[in-house]
Design a protein around this ligand. Structure first.
Ligand code: NAD
Length: 261
């Protein structure tokens, strides 16, 4: 690659959904992207599609709660694209349970991926940036659920509040290295996460027919409709660019106005 390389970006949970849309957009701009996901079959196919569209992409089998696999993806990024410019800590999932029936297992599984996974991603990316001397960008996917509580998915809300707190803590810790640490908080985005959530809420008896849970959520969106992954990519493009160099420790909400603080 040329000395004017933009470098590489590791995007976790990029096999599909929000992460894939972000990866496709960053590849289009000229970044080399690492599709870092536990879903090898879909992730490899997504990387292939980005390459077919003229971008540079590699798949890495990553479980964000496994430090060694995250570190390996970052090493692969450095080897393929000269240096790590950014990480987008986007992998996450939800598994709803009624508040009074929420189990320790549910808490541990969700916090391990959505919380610890983000801490590990921030740490491993920062180590790479400090070693290379590159003033990079660390971006994590929070949620409106990190700004307000929902009774049927308390651990998920806590995990997304943790993403916001980790963003603030890391922003203070890494400012001296010129590393920006920010997050963004989607509202309701049409992805497999919501398909699964819809099914789970029906099984729990919270909703009675397919699509009802999403409809109930949508009713309260000031912008009047739910979003699609494409609605997220512009904010990430801004956070990854020099235009946001004086911004750190922030969580930008992209939720059609559902939460206003
Ligand atoms: P999605 O289910 O379509 O994609 C999630 C991806 O993460 C999948 O490819 C999955 O394989 C991967 N993944 C899950 N666990 C992983 C792990 N341990 N290690 C590596 N990869 C893992 O969902 P999405 O809606 O695109 O979600 C992306 C992020 O956006 C998540 O953090 C989610 O919490 C957040 N979010 C989604 C919404 C929404 O309405 N869809 C709203 C707010 C926040």
């Amino acid at each position: 690659m040329s000395s004017e390389s933009l470098g590489g970006v590791v995007i976790t949970g990029a096999a599909q959904g929000i992460g894939l849309a972000v990866a496709q957009n960053l590849a289009k701009i000229g970044y080399g992207v690492i599709i870092a996901d536990i879903n090898e079959k879909v992730g490899k196919e997504s990387a292939k599609q980005i390459v077919a569209a003229g971008g540079q992409a590699l798949f890495c089998n990553v479980d964000v709660s496994n430090r060694a696999s995250v570190a390996e993806a970052i090493q692969n990024c450095e080897q393929a694209f000269e240096f790590l410019h950014a990480i987008v800590n986007n992998a996450g999932f939800n598994r709803p349970q009624l508040f009074l029936e929420t189990t320790e297992d549910n808490w541990n599984q969700i916090m391990k991926v959505n919380g610890l996974g983000v801490l590990i991603g921030i740490q491993e990316a920062a180590k790479s940036m400090i070693a290379s001397g590159h003033k990079g960008k660390i971006i994590s996917t929070a949620s409106m659920a990190g700004r307000t509580g929902f009774g049927d998915f308390a651990p998920y809300c806590a995990s997304k509040a943790a993403v916001i707190s980790l963003t603030q803590a890391a922003a203070r810790a890494l400012a001296e290295h010129g590393i920006n640490v920010n997050a963004f908080g989607p509202g309701v985005v049409e992805t497999d996460l919501w398909t699964q959530l819809d099914e789970d809420l029906m099984e729990m008896g919270v909703s009675s027919k397919p699509g009802e849970a999403m409809e109930n959520f949508s009713a309260g969106i000031p912008m009047g409709h739910i979003s699609v992954p494409q609605d997220i990519v512009g904010t990430v493009q801004f956070l990854i660019s020099p235009e946001s160099d004086y911004m750190t420790g922030q969580c930008l909400m992209i939720d059609g106005g559902m939460t206003m603080q």
